[in-house]
Write a protein that binds this ligand. Structure first.
Ligand code: HSE
Length: 326
């Protein structure tokens, strides 16, 4: 009989960079992954959803490895786990699926053993795994975050998303590995480009914090990563250049792509026009894509401890169905 509980977490997706804020700005989005974790006689995985099909179901699984890091940090041993996961977050599309998995596993493992690690510790561990704090920070804390990472410790400030802000994402059907999208970047940039991005990132952060949506468009300009990644995403250059004329406050590559994200004012009249423009531009390039309207997600990961009555997959799936229909 295990002395540990059964944990259940719900963790949001995220977008990173918001254009100029490369590796520093992140925003949580209301697409979710759910994880349940408990000690078990042997390690078993119950992974549900189309996005889970190709993930390993042994101890090389990221969720298992991340959970073991928590146990090691907390000085406890829980070598065998039963892990259930369902995710609605598209994989390798720039919506932070790996960051959500990392945060979900950290939070689930920590909750299971009585939450000995605080959020600051979980943030450091997650950032060490991801190597940048933007996606993991948003999934952990929710809202919009601006974060810095010194190689050991991550600091952040959370900004409540402006009420008037909506998000339209266009998710191309093809996948783009973050590793590949990072390899496209130069090792060095000019002082001019650095200054360009520092000024836009500062302006964007201040605009979001102050609810100055009128400044978002001019601030969402980037010279550090998007120009180099544009060849990897057909249609991206046109979308970046022309989406504002169709009603977007601003547009950016979501994280490392290939999803693109428009910030849109809630009362904007041209929402349908914008959506049609995004889809038509991808279609011109022969790329299938889907659009989703989202509102920024204020909450980060939530964890609860459930009664241990053995992993009941029926109840896990029932819970997911209930969540998806609510
Ligand atoms: N800031 C990261 C990047 C996010 O743009 O590469 C993707 O993980």
């Amino acid at each position: 009989m295990s002395i540990y509980g059964r944990s259940r977490v719900k963790v949001p997706a995220s977008t990173a960079n918001l254009g100029p804020g490369f590796d520093t700005l992140g925003m949580a989005l209301p697409l979710y992954a759910w994880i349940e974790m408990e000690e078990s006689a042997e390690t078993v995985f119950h992974l549900y959803g189309d996005e889970m099909a190709d993930l390993p179901r042994d101890k090389s699984n990221l969720l298992y490895r991340v959970a073991q890091m928590v146990f090691e940090e907390a000085g406890v041993q829980v070598p065998e786990l039963s892990i259930s996961m369902y995710s609605d977050i598209p994989l390798t599309r720039g919506l932070g699926s790996s960051a959500s998995a990392i945060i979900g596993a950290l939070a689930a493992a920590n909750a299971m053993i009585g939450s000995p690690l605080d959020d600051a510790k979980l943030f450091d561990m997650a950032t060490a795994l991801e190597k940048h704090p933007d996606n993991v920070g948003a999934s952990l804390f929710g809202g919009i975050i601006t974060a810095v990472w010194d190689g050991e410790h991550a600091d952040y400030i959370r900004i409540e998303p402006p009420q008037e802000l909506e998000v339209l994402v266009i998710i191309p059907e093809f996948e783009l590995e973050t590793v590949k999208a990072r390899k496209a970047l130069p090792a060095e940039v000019t002082m001019g480009d650095a200054v360009h991005n520092i000024s836009r990132t500062s302006m964007l952060t201040a605009a979001l914090a102050a609810g100055r949506l009128d400044m978002v468009g001019r601030a969402m300009q980037d010279r550090l990563h998007q120009p180099y990644r544009a060849p990897l995403v057909p249609g991206m250059e046109k979308l970046l250049a022309e989406a504002p004329a169709h009603g977007a406050l601003g547009i950016a590559l979501s994280g490392a792509g290939p999803t693109l994200l428009c910030l849109v004012e809630r009362r904007e009249q041209r929402k349908q026009e914008l959506e049609r423009f995004l889809l038509a531009t991808m279609q011109e390039q022969g790329i299938s894509a889907r659009t989703l309207w989202l509102t920024p997600c204020s909450s980060g990961v939530t964890a609860e401890l459930l009664e241990r009555n053995g992993m009941q997959n029926g109840s896990f799936l029932d819970m997911i169905k209930g969540e998806l229909h609510s």
